[in-house]
Write a protein that binds this ligand. Structure first.
Ligand code: NIG
Ligand code: FE
Length: 394
């Protein structure tokens, strides 16, 4: 197995507080990383790096773990340009727009859906995303949901069954019938292809009792819960996520003090999705309040054609710093180690011996530039599982 050292790194984010400056980012200056096969085998000061087969000179730039985008909706067809345009002219966002994408997705072939998915994955990888979670939720029939999961599972291990995105249009007059379908036949068909189960627990989608029934049924089939919670209104989603030991409560925009306390006293991560607030002109989630209470925060894109059509984690970092009270260091941690926690993984989101060699070389001397230089394509090179995947010269 050949080994490669990346040396002359001005600032290396390890996310291992026992290294470097002992901060949560575990920042090592004048650093090097050694990769062997798909893993990191050594990190430390450049001058102490062991001999390797190959050498890459980072040229005094920053290196950080690949982004872990723990929340996206990438199996869909069509787009919602008109809806976005109308929203920017003052129309409010509602859960109902999802139906437009459901119709387009059902009408698409497998090849069309997979081509679309691949296009967004390539786009995300270029911007530094080396792990992504993605969901079904635009099929809403047994066949269409299980096909979405099968397609997603060809590209990632982090696949989430979201049959409970909204009540399927055919069941508009019979939401209980739809919950019975999701917890019965649809779950039977979908469970083999997914790791997670999610519910959009929100006004216009599913209430607390329905969400509990769906998540509990999923858990009984070996799927682990995560919840779309408290996005548009206050509600029971966050408390339910904590009660069921969900890996993550996602959105967390409208929180009571009791919601914040519940998160702080749990291992449920609060995943914030600022692309959604940006694209719906909504109130920002208060990351500062969560961090000050001791809640673990992840940052992700929520990439979907309705409420957040961005695949860019750097964009989300910039928003979180500018508008949600996060420091650049906190935002970088949340988009890497935070995302890994939201997926209950410790083999990604950090650069330390034993972790996957998923890393980014920035065209900047410090990770702070991700927020300091918003909108600038700073990701110069990407390694995923030890292999260079971004073809720009280093
Ligand atoms: O996370 N909140 C529910 N689902 C998506 C929106 C999906 C859509 O509008 O198509 C979200 O924002
Ligand atoms: Fe979402």
């Amino acid at each position: 197995m050949s080994s490669t050292v990346i040396s002359n790194i001005a600032a290396l984010v390890t996310n291992d507080p026992s290294l470097g400056d002992r901060s949560p980012l575990g920042l090592v200056r004048d650093a090097a990383v050694v990769i062997e096969g798909d893993r990191v085998v050594w990190t430390g000061e450049s001058s102490k790096a062991p001999a390797t087969d190959n050498r890459v000179d980072a040229g005094g730039r920053a290196v950080l773990p690949g982004f872990v985008d723990s929340h996206s909706h990438l199996v869909f067809a069509g787009d919602r340009t008109e809806e976005f345009n109308a929203r920017m002219s003052g129309r409010p966002y509602s859960a109902g727009g999802i139906r437009t994408t459901v119709a387009a997705t059902r009408a698409a072939t497998d090849a069309e859906l997979e081509a679309n998915l691949t296009r967004f994955l390539t786009e995300a990888l270029r911007q530094g995303t080396t792990t992504f979670e993605t969901k079904s939720g635009y099929g809403l029939t047994t066949e269409d949901e299980s096909r979405a999961l099968r397609l997603a599972a060809r590209h990632t291990d982090e696949v989430t069954f979201l049959g409970a995105h909204i009540v399927a249009p055919e069941y508009a007059e019979d939401p209980a019938g739809y919950v019975a379908l999701v917890t019965g036949e649809m779950l039977d068909a979908c469970a083999p292809h997914a790791r997670w189960i999610d519910v959009f627990c929100e006004k216009g989608a599913f209430d607390g009792d329905q969400a509990r029934a769906i998540l509990t049924a999923g858990r009984a089939r070996g799927l682990h819960p995560r919840v779309h919670a408290n996005q548009l209104t206050y509600g029971p989603g966050v408390q339910l996520a904590v009660e069921l030991d969900a890996a993550s409560a996602d959105h967390c925009t409208h929180l009571t003090d009791a919601d914040v306390d519940a998160l702080a006293n749990s291992r449920t991560v609060a995943t914030l999705l600022p692309g959604a607030e940006f694209s719906t002109r909504a109130e920002w989630p208060d990351a500062r309040r969560l961090l000050d209470a001791g809640v673990t925060v992840a940052l992700s894109t929520d990439c979907n054609p309705g409420s957040s059509f961005t695949s860019s984690v750097p964009f989300c970092i910039a928003l979180a710093v500018r508008d949600m009270g996060m420091t650049p260091d906190e935002a970088v941690w949340s988009a890497t180690a935070g995302g890994a926690r939201a997926l209950r993984r410790d083999d990604i989101g950090r650069i330390a011996p034993g972790a996957y060699a998923d890393l980014l070389l920035l065209d900047a001397p410090s990770p702070v530039h991700l927020a300091y230089r918003p909108g600038v394509p700073l990701v110069r090179a990407v390694w995923r599982r030890g292999r260079r995947v971004e073809p720009r010269p280093v």
